[in-house]
Design a binder for this molecule. Structure first.
Ligand code: SAM
Length: 328
């Protein structure tokens, strides 16, 4: 008799297709690249670039899109992606010629395994140039792919325009709120304005390592660091113990703690943590198990260096490397 039990794929075999998709090496995203190139909206040299570890963040996001939309389709009619630090739609990978989908463009073109897509993308970006690129890229792709997705992009500072975002969300919407600053340029407490619009908003927060550095400095009496911490999350400023600070941060915006993923760069140094906070349901949140598994077996096992090696392989620059890069 045939053994029907599916063999679990190796981490390498799971991350590789995601990286192919993100870096325009699979058939669907190759088409997106051609459309952008043909309309002079491909990336140029003056775009800011981020290290290869950025792809681990985007892979985590994409993985959650699939889990979340597959469940949401049974309970909700509208699925909203809220990108508070939206960027330009594309991400240039530092010191390489590789380009990735940025979070908002990824959300726009994403289809879950049963074909579910976001009904609305709400994005905010402060930088004039990036905002203009984001606007043109997303609207071009929407038109060319004939997508029904509603796109609402707002130019400005998230800390001043949070109400504009909140007003775009309706009570019965299912939402994923992605908070992806470069450092700690947000007042976390204000996110409650967005979260109060619907009971069904999950949060993925990019929590900079810088928070812990500030905490250390503040504890040594540095008043500037203390002030910045207070702006980030007021309750943190009285906390002496870093572990306790981590609990406070995570309990407010990061439940359940198990799906947290540490992102490490090409030197294997921690850069930030991705914190997932999901809505509460009667059954708990069983779907988070899939995320915990992905975070533990993929996101935290890899780092920027390994990602770079896989990218080289995908884009024809290296041999098969999974044997010697098998995560321990
Ligand atoms: C890490 S990048 C975001 C990348 C994006 N999420 C992606 O995956 O493509 C952070 C972005 O936030 C923007 N930004 C910084 N401060 C901001 C603020 N106060 N309000 C809105 N956007 C801000 C920056 O210009 C930058 O494009």
């Amino acid at each position: 008799m045939l053994n029907k039990k599916k063999k679990k794929k190796e981490p390498y075999d799971r991350i590789r297709p995601i990286l192919e998709y993100l870096t325009f090496a699979d058939s669907y995203t190759k088409r997106i690249r051609e459309i952008l190139k043909n309309n002079n909206l491909w990336i140029t040299n003056d775009n800011v670039s981020y290290g290869p570890h950025t792809l681990l963040k985007l892979a985590y996001l994409k993985y959650y899109f699939d889990i979340a939309l597959e469940i949401a389709k049974n309970y909700f009619k509208n699925y909203v992606f809220i990108d508070t630090f939206a960027g330009s739609g594309l991400v240039s990978i530092k010191d390489t010629e590789y380009v990735s989908l940025g979070s908002s463009l990824l959300a726009l073109i994403f289809k879950s395994r049963s074909g579910t897509s976001f009904s609305k993308i709400i994005g905010m970006e402060i930088d004039e140039n990036k905002f203009s690129l984001l606007y043109r890229r997303l609207n071009l792709i929407k038109e060319e792919l004939n997508l029904a997705t509603d796109i609402k992009l707002i130019k400005g500072d998230i800390n001043k325009k949070i109400d504009d975002i909140a007003n775009e969300i309706n009570q019965g919407d299912y939402g994923i709120l992605f908070v992806d600053p470069e450092g700690i340029e947000i007042s976390l407490g204000d996110l409650s304005k967005i979260l109060s619009r619907s009971k069904s908003i999950d949060v993925i927060l990019n929590q900079s390592e810088g928070v812990y550095r500030l905490l250390g400095k503040a504890q040594n009496g540095d008043s500037v660091s203390l002030k910045r911490l207070e702006q980030y999350l007021p309750t943190l400023s009285n906390v002496q113990d870093p572990e306790k600070a981590r609990d406070i941060l995570f309990n407010q915006f990061g439940k359940p703690i198990e799906a947290t993923a540490e992102i490490r760069d090409v030197n294997n140094s921690p850069k930030y943590e991705l914190v997932l906070r999901v809505r509460s349901t009667k059954s708990g949140a069983p779907w988070v198990k899939g995320m915990v598994e992905f975070a533990n077996n993929i996101t935290t096992k890899y780092n920027g260096k390994i990602v770079l090696n896989i990218l080289d392989q995908i884009h024809g620059k290296g041999g098969r490397i999974d044997d010697f890069f098998k995560p321990s």
